[in-house]
Design a protein around this ligand. Structure first.
Ligand SMILES: [Fe+2]
Length: 295
């Protein structure tokens, strides 16, 4: 039972994270926020210990337990983030955020194999590259030797954009994804694009037309007070730093090639089934608070 193996691995990863960072997280958000997570994780680990062969009922119970953990984890981590809002990441101290769901959770739309490689290898290398660049630039500031600054600035931009965009990417997808957003985000989409379907069509066309590797990005422009869709080819030098990404889609080949070969269109089409709108909405509502002079 492949799904069960995946869940066991995911549950143990969360348990390991809890063992090393639990005290810190609890210090930030308090016991009332952490106890639903611990309760649901214990319940899931117990359920995983049971060895029922009756597919239907046991499978339902397992899925229910996993979903409870998924919700409790996201709520707790969301709280931790807002508590940590003003704490800076130390120089060279970036870390790979854990996936908020098991590696196979986005199947059939995105395969387990891709998620493993994409998260554990590609994203990790952006984190490592950014940390290295930041430390090298710190060294340069200490020694006053800026001979290689162009190189390290490029590395910092390339790996930094990669780290930040991937961090958003994992969170704007969910096994519970798909459908349409609601509330003010939907109203804004309708105002700026005509309809949700028009936005989706425009975003898909933009993603499909990215030359080589890159991203499609739905942004809120604090200056024009509108949503816009952008492409980021070579994310290190074409990102619009004035914008706040809300929804991002990775169309680098490593994100789909193993499963879709060179067929980017069906990957883009299927990806919509994974979009986690509540997270996009959360980002939108926060971003709306940022305002510059219109020009
Ligand atoms: Fe990627």
């Amino acid at each position: 039972m492949n799904d069960k193996k995946e869940l066991v691995e995911w549950a143990h990863q969360l348990k390991d994270i809890w063992n090393t960072q639990g005290a810190f997280i609890e210090g930030q958000v308090g016991q009332e926020k952490t106890s639903p997570f611990i309760r649901s994780l214990t319940q899931l680990l117990d359920t995983l210990e049971e060895d029922y062969r009756i597919e239907g009922e046991y499978q339902d119970k397992l899925e229910h337990s996993a979903l409870e953990v998924f919700k409790a984890w996201n709520q707790m981590i969301g709280e931790t983030r807002s508590e940590l809002g003003n704490s800076p990441v130390p120089i060279g101290g970036h870390s790979l955020p854990p996936l908020p769901y098991p590696y196979n959770a986005l199947e059939p739309y995105i395969s387990e194999e891709i998620m493993r490689l994409h998260h554990d290898k590609h994203h990790q290398s952006y984190v490592d590259g950014l940390n290295k660049a930041e430390k090298k630039m710190q060294e340069a500031r200490r020694s006053g030797d800026y001979d290689l600054i162009k190189h390290w600035e490029r590395e910092a931009a390339f790996h930094g954009a990669g780290h930040y965009l991937h961090s958003i990417f994992w969170e704007v997808m969910s096994p519970e994804g798909g459908g349409e957003p609601d509330g003010e985000l939907l109203d804004q989409i309708q105002t700026d694009f005509g309809s949700f379907d028009k936005m989706k069509e425009h975003f898909s066309a933009a993603a499909n037309a990215v030359e080589g590797g890159g991203w499609a990005i739905l942004v809120w422009s604090p200056r024009s007070r509108r949503l816009e869709i952008l492409q980021a080819e070579k994310h290190q030098n074409l990102s619009q730093q004035d914008q706040i990404p809300l929804l991002v889609l990775d169309v680098w080949e490593h994100a789909y090639y193993l499963q879709y070969k060179n067929e980017r269109k069906p990957y883009i089409k299927n990806w919509w089934n994974t979009v986690h709108w509540p997270e996009v909405k959360r980002r939108y509502e926060t971003a709306r608070g940022v305002q510059w002079h219109p020009s």
